[in-house]
Design a binder for this molecule. Structure first.
Ligand SMILES: [Zn+2]
Length: 235
């Protein structure tokens, strides 16, 4: 039976507790993970999958919504250990995921570094080192807006640029669900643009959020914030 399953991973990251929400798309033919956490997250993924009586060996694919380290960090390790897993990503993100181009987030951090107050300088340098250490990974399948993958009764790729230029979200009409990646996050029970100050193109990010809102869905699965249910229309 097909299912769309959020896999909340609560971990201590850089001294603070953080919950990330990768999602598993499971049906009779495929088990596809959407986003995979920071580098070294493989043990956490293994644990989360184990709770479903699965291992990463059962995965047939991983979709990466964009190239930030909390979404693609574990990708290279996952692919190395389980080479049969097909990696999917939006065409615009592929150069950054595969390492052909320098991470735009790293370039942004390096540019902002001189503007940080003295007490944040060391944190900024550590952040840059962390981004530079993310291992690139090969992408097997390039996705474009409107592509429909067969998973879970049909999974449509929705281009949602702004947070990064090639960011994608996924729409699963059979489940009345969207998987937003970082195109929408839940804050104070509202759907908002993720970290607007770090959006690489804020107007595009705002437009993408509106586009996501306009789609027919009841549930939005956000990588940061988790499950958001659309409030019932007031008549
Ligand atoms: Zn993120």
């Amino acid at each position: 039976m097909a299912a769309v399953i959020p896999l909340p991973l609560t971990v201590l990251h850089e001294g603070r507790q953080e919950t990330l929400f990768p999602t598993l798309l499971q049906d009779g033919s495929d088990a596809v993970l959407v986003d995979c956490g920071y580098p070294n997250f493989l043990p956490f993924l293994e644990e989360a999958l184990q709770a479903l009586a699965l291992t990463p060996a059962a995965l047939t694919g991983v979709v990466v919504t964009h190239h930030d380290d909390d979404h693609m960090g574990a990708l290279s390790q996952l692919k190395r250990q389980y080479p049969h897993i097909r990696i999917y990503a939006g065409a615009g993100e592929v150069p950054y995921i595969s390492g052909a181009k320098t991470s735009l987030r790293l370039l942004q951090a390096e540019k902002l570094q001189p503007e940080l107050p003295p007490e944040a300088q060391e944190w900024g340098r550590a952040f840059c080192r962390r981004l530079a250490a993310v291992e690139p990974a090969p992408v097997d399948c390039l996705l474009r807006d409107g592509d429909v993958l067969p998973w879970c009764g049909g999974c449509r790729v929705v281009s949602t640029p702004g947070h990064t230029p090639g960011h994608i979200s996924l729409h699963l009409p059979a489940f009345s669900t969207v998987i937003s990646g970082d195109a929408a996050v839940v804050e104070n029970s509202r759907l908002v643009v993720a970290n607007p100050q770090f959006a690489l193109d804020l107007p595009a990010a705002e437009h993408s959020l509106e586009h996501l809102r306009s789609l027919p869905w009841d549930t939005c699965l956000c990588y940061h914030g988790g499950i958001f249910r659309r409030p019932a229309e007031t008549v």
